[in-house]
Design a protein around this ligand. Structure first.
Ligand code: MG
Length: 247
């Protein structure tokens, strides 16, 4: 089994640093870098016209106030929306980034990333293709290795076929019984679990199998301490500075 050599930091900023700056925006990535992060997590979806953009929800409303789904909206219309004002007035005008814009900034900031594929049903292959193409073109091998993840097995498998050399993380809420078979088939470079559902047995099993283990989403220093003591290697946090300060 190939297991790409990844250098994972102990703290990864969630959607940039979602409690410190608007999630999944360029301002959020700058904030994460400013707070000392070496790696950020973010989500990628397709616009109606198959352009990959950085956005978490399938619906636009919570973040932009607009009605409709990301996947039913043209890229040019997505670019006219405000993804910053919902967080604080100072961020008014912050746009939804394209994947290309995000990669250009991350390169400048020397930030590695954990990219989560979020496909609408039936568009897993197209999303994987758009992301694979962008990474192969815009993120050369001498930059810090990214990690590509998805809760959607079809998206993860499609990405694996298209970009077999880009490290993949096996992302789950809770480890299923057959997790090891799935992780091996995916050639996973890391396993990523929900911290709330993480048992000591699961930590031991993942570590015994030799995988780095990440847990999401951890925003309290005391909980971070418990998880590191259990053997978890890295945490994904909305306030990465608070977790790093407690290390
Ligand atoms: Mg995510």
């Amino acid at each position: 089994m190939s297991r790409p050599d990844l250098h994972l930091p102990k703290v990864i900023g969630h959607r940039g640093a979602a409690l410190r700056a608007p999630e999944n925006t360029l301002a959020g990535f700058r904030k994460a870098a400013e707070l000392g992060c070496r790696m950020v997590e973010f989500d990628v979806r397709l616009s109606l016209d198959d352009r990959p953009v950085i956005f978490h929800d399938d619906q636009l409303e919570r973040v932009t106030g607009a009605k409709g789904a990301v996947g039913a909206t043209l890229f040019s219309d997505l670019k006219s929306l405000d993804a910053g004002a919902h967080f604080a007035p100072a961020y008014r005008g912050e746009a939804i980034p394209s994947l290309e814009e995000a990669l250009a900034l991350l390169k400048t900031l020397e930030l590695a990333f954990d990219l989560e594929l979020k496909a609408e049903p039936g568009r897993e292959g197209r999303l994987a293709e758009a992301v694979a193409r962008a990474l192969l073109r815009l993120w050369p091998g001498d930059l810090p290795a990214p990690l590509v993840t998805s809760f959607q097995p079809d998206a993860a498998a499609a990405f694996q076929r298209l970009a077999p050399d880009v490290p993949r993380g096996y992302l789950v809420e809770v480890l299923p019984r057959d997790w090891r078979r799935v992780a091996e088939r995916l050639g996973a470079a890391a396993v990523i679990c929900n911290q709330r559902l993480l048992s000591l047995d699961a930590v031991r099993a993942v570590k015994a199998a030799g995988y780095p283990l990440l847990a999401y989403t951890v925003n309290h220093a005391a909980r971070a301490g418990e998880l590191f003591a259990l053997g978890v290697d890295g945490l994904i946090s909305d306030m990465p500075d608070a977790i790093m300060a407690a290390l």
